[in-house]
Design a protein around this ligand. Structure first.
Ligand SMILES: [Zn+2]
Length: 260
């Protein structure tokens, strides 16, 4: 019984570690091969930004284990700078957010960033979510793309990341007027939990680890019994299994029930 509990706890712990480590390792893939084409959404927002425009572009990039939603109030961010694309099965959210909350997402994503440094019309805001198979961690990034800094990096700020992707060099192509997108060139390690996804992934990986630990345990039992030892504690029983094990009590309760 104790062994069973230990095995479940061990599996859950390993599951939790895996649910964080695996998506962060997977971030290497889009850095190397590029992203799949974005799902482009355009939504009309309350006319708080600009009397002429009143819309927000959302580029929804998704690939294995990662989703990135880029929010911009202008058309400036095109997808021309796409590198070679690759279609992969992507992660999903356990409770997907309904489309109609996009306006709220736009307002939400800008909160926490200084509006003088990251003016709405000059900045791109991104929600980056990682997790596999369910998205389980998130972080938010703001980039002021209109004003490159002297060292040809872009002024950026991030919230919810272990490795803050602040002021890291980005390739600026003056002729094409484009820049490389941050998620495809930088390592992110978001840590704000998406609880539904985190619980799902932890249980998902815990089940895998539990099966592996069970197989390992069954194999160890069989090996010890072949050697004539107690399967639980490896005590030398000289192939006399019917009496149970005096060392750890294996089968002892059963033997005593029989004899009484
Ligand atoms: Zn024993």
């Amino acid at each position: 019984m104790m062994h069973q509990m230990q095995r479940i706890l061990m599996a859950l712990l390993l599951g939790l570690i895996a649910s964080w480590a695996i998506p962060n390792l997977l971030l290497e893939i889009p850095r190397r091969v590029g992203t799949s084409p974005p799902i482009r959404l355009q939504t009309i927002v309350d006319n708080e930004i600009n009397a002429n425009r009143g819309f927000v572009n959302v580029f929804d990039y998704r690939w294995l284990g990662i989703a990135e939603e880029q929010f911009t109030a202008t058309r400036r961010f095109s997808t021309k700078n796409q590198r070679k694309t690759m279609e992969l099965w992507w992660a999903w959210e356990v409770f997907p957010k309904p489309r109609q909350t996009l306006d709220q997402a736009w307002i939400q994503v800008r909160l926490g960033f200084d509006p003088t440094e990251f003016a709405v019309e000059e900045s791109q805001y991104s929600i980056i979510k990682v997790g596999f198979p369910a998205l389980s961690f998130r972080g938010v990034v703001a980039i002021n793309a209109k004003a490159p800094l002297a060292n040809s990096t872009l002024d950026s700020q991030a919230a919810g990341f272990f490795v803050p992707p602040i002021n890291q060099p980005m390739t600026l192509n003056k002729f094409a007027g484009t820049q490389s997108m941050p998620a495809t060139t930088h390592i992110y390690a978001p840590h704000d939990p998406i609880w539904s996804g985190l619980i799902f992934n932890t249980v998902f990986y815990a089940l895998i680890f539990w099966v592996l630990l069970s197989i390992k345990r069954a194999y160890r039992h069989a090996r010890r019994m072949r050697q004539g030892r107690c399967p639980m504690c490896s005590y030398e029983l000289e192939f006399v299994f019917v009496d149970g094990c005096s060392e750890c009590g294996w089968r002892k309760d059963r033997v005593s029930t029989k004899s009484s």
